[in-house]
Design a protein around this ligand. Structure first.
Ligand code: ZN
Length: 94
């Protein structure tokens, strides 16, 4: 998302969990600050692709994510371009 600055402080991250002795990949909602680089992430609301921004300078914005596509931002209540109708991303990450 260009132009406007979108700041979402939580996202979903895909991690390995143990279930009945099996390792399974599951989505977990975490703070953007808890995401490790190169982990697979998505918006927890529309499941669209998001970009991670880590804090770079002490006075800069805290760790956050923003929608990768403007169209996802338009259909997501978390988006700064939200048009009022909640939609799942047309390119959901799973
Ligand atoms: Zn979203």
């Amino acid at each position: 998302v260009k132009n406007k600055k979108e700041k979402i402080y939580e996202c979903e991250v895909k991690r390995l969990f143990m279930k009945n002795g099996q390792r399974v990949w599951k989505w977990k909602r975490v703070l953007a600050s808890e995401v490790i680089r190169h982990e697979k992430i998505r918006c927890y609301c529309c499941r669209g692709q998001v970009r991670l921004h880590k804090k770079k300078i002490p006075t800069g914005p805290s760790d956050h994510v923003e929608h990768f596509r403007r169209i996802d931002s338009e259909g997501c209540p978390l988006g700064c371009y939200f048009l009022g109708v909640k939609l799942h991303s047309t390119l959901m990450i799973d």
